[in-house]
Ligand binder design. Structure first.
Ligand code: ATP
Ligand code: MN
Length: 478
């Protein structure tokens, strides 16, 4: 019998002495003899060996970097030190030729910026192969985590008619022809002729809809595409990203903080266990990159060391008020090193402040909570002090905010007053307010940007490198 395993299973349990058929892409072809093959199933390559006297030279000339091959032969022990086994090829077929001279992925080191320009080919590199296998494992761990705890996955809509989600700029969805300028008598755009007969946008968050389901199924989560037309060209923002939003009935803020920590630690622990090869490769990549940097810009820990640290240590819980005090007294603030000096209570924290707290002051993930009401969304629960809300942000080293969440305002009167204060018409969210009229209850939830999690877990430094096809201002080529 001829087996045709993927390269991952060959490495897991090498079928020594067996005849195998392997289909994979050529990385390199050395000395007319050693073909290094990858099928992307694992970080490991397969060494295939050909005796060039046994093959048509014309055929071997087509064994070029990037070409796709089918090779057949016996798996034997390798005399060389690089690998334990190799495939002794006696049949070789070129399934797809590659023009090795023009092939953009030469067997050398390419910059991540260059690879972004060839995003259709970059998954063939070792780095991106590792990132996307890791991404898959993290995504599957997300579902396992919630499933094991009795949460239901809710598919909230991608096209939304709600314009009050309040999380930033939205992309409009329309079938009106370009240049359509119909206006209502009041001079607003007239959407009555549009497909949905109202204004619709791509969702910026599934939270409000998830809340409706939490008030019915108790524990739910969303995991889906999210869109923000924010013009922030940072290494942490995408216009299209994937968000995970658990929403839990009867949970108050401390319980939500516990869930956030348990969740992140669970998925990272899972990655450490099941993506050991990928993480070893990415750890090495980060270390190499660090060596090019000045000493003060290097990561304080290796990738795997950092992940283990986060998995094994409690996150620090700090109130906004305490954080402001720490920041006010901090050396960079006193020496005028912050771009935005921290003067008093009430200001929103900038990423330089978040990073100081996490990276310099506490040296571990931090959960900041009880923020001033006026810098947070209308649906967050008002505290007894009347000026702070039960919000929490989870801040990570190197990333800044990875999770934003809150206990929700479940009291109809307080919520209505807040909406009025924020100029949100009740008519636009009548269905949301209904949950507060019929069986309201304390509940809490958070949103975690999946790519920020992958960014952290992979040690990559730009969010564009952890999503297959990044959408950012001015960029939607692939
Ligand atoms: P930031 O201040 O970083 O822009 P935010 O306060 O706008 O974040 P939330 O509205 O609380 O974020 O969204 C929840 C989570 O979604 C964030 O904690 C983050 O992980 C992720 N997120 C938000 N905006 C983006 C984006 N443009 N690209 C990728 N992830 C994002
Ligand atoms: Mn934002």
């Amino acid at each position: 019998m001829i087996l045709s395993p993927d390269i991952r299973s060959i490495h897991r349990d090498p079928p020594m002495g067996e005849r195998l058929v392997v289909r994979a892409w050529v990385r390199t072809f050395r000395n007319d003899r050693f073909i290094s093959l990858s099928d992307g199933s694992t970080a490991s390559l397969l060494q295939a060996v050909v005796d060039h006297t046994q093959f048509d030279p014309e055929l071997l000339r087509r064994v070029a970097t990037g070409a796709c091959l089918e090779v057949e032969g016996r798996l034997t022990e390798s005399p060389a030190s690089g690998q334990k086994f190799e495939l002794q090829v006696d049949r070789l077929e070129v399934l797809g030729d590659s023009d090795a001279e023009k092939y953009p992925l030469q067997p050398k080191k390419h910059s991540l910026e260059f690879l972004r320009e060839i995003a259709h080919l970059r998954p063939r590199t070792q780095t991106f192969g590792a990132v996307f296998r890791l991404r898959h494992r993290l995504a599957s761990a997300v579902h396992r985590f919630f499933d094991e705890r009795g949460f239901f996955w809710i598919h909230t809509p991608i096209i939304t008619g709600s314009d009050a989600e309040g999380a930033g700029e939205m992309f409009r969805v329309t079938t009106l022809p370009p240049g359509h300028t119909a206006q209502t008598d009041e001079g607003h755009p007239d959407f009555s002729q549009d497909f949905f007969e109202r204004e619709t946008n791509l969702t910026v968050s599934g939270q409000l809809e998830a809340e409706l389901f939490a008030m019915a199924l108790s524990k739910v989560y969303t995991f889906g595409p999210t869109f923000r037309a924010e013009n922030s060209n940072t290494a942490r923002h995408l216009a299209e990203f994937w968000m995970i939003e658990p929403e839990v009935a009867f949970a108050e803020l401390p319980e939500l903080m516990g869930l956030a920590q348990e969740f992140v630690q669970y998925v990272l622990r899972d990655a450490l266990e099941y993506c050991a090869d990928e993480l070893a490769l990415l750890d090495q990549r980060q270390a190499e990159e660090d060596r090019q940097k000045p000493a003060d810009q290097r990561a304080p820990m290796g990738l795997i060391e950092k992940l283990k640290f986060v998995v094994n240590n409690d996150f620090e819980r700090v109130s906004y008020t305490e954080a402001i005090e720490i920041l006010r007294q901090s050396p960079p603030n006193r020496k005028g090193k912050f771009q935005y000096p921290v003067e008093g209570w009430g200001v929103d924290l900038q990423s330089e402040h978040e990073r100081y707290l996490v990276e310099k002051h506490f040296g571990k993930p931090v959960i900041l909570y009880d923020y001033p009401a006026n810098i947070k969304a209308f649906y967050m629960r008002l505290n007894e002090d009347g000026k702070t809300v039960r919000a929490m942000d989870v801040l990570f080293p190197g990333i800044g905010e990875i999770i934003g969440g809150s206990q929700r305002e479940e009291r109809l009167g307080v919520l209505s007053a807040k909406m009025e204060q924020f100029h949100i018409p009740e008519a636009s969210l009548w269905w949301y307010l209904d949950t507060r009229k019929y069986g309201s209850c304390p509940h809490s939830g958070f949103g975690l940007g999946f790519e920020r999690l992958v960014l952290f877990a992979s040690g990559m430094s730009n969010i564009r490198d952890v999503i297959p096809f990044p959408r950012t201002p001015g960029n939607a080529e692939f």
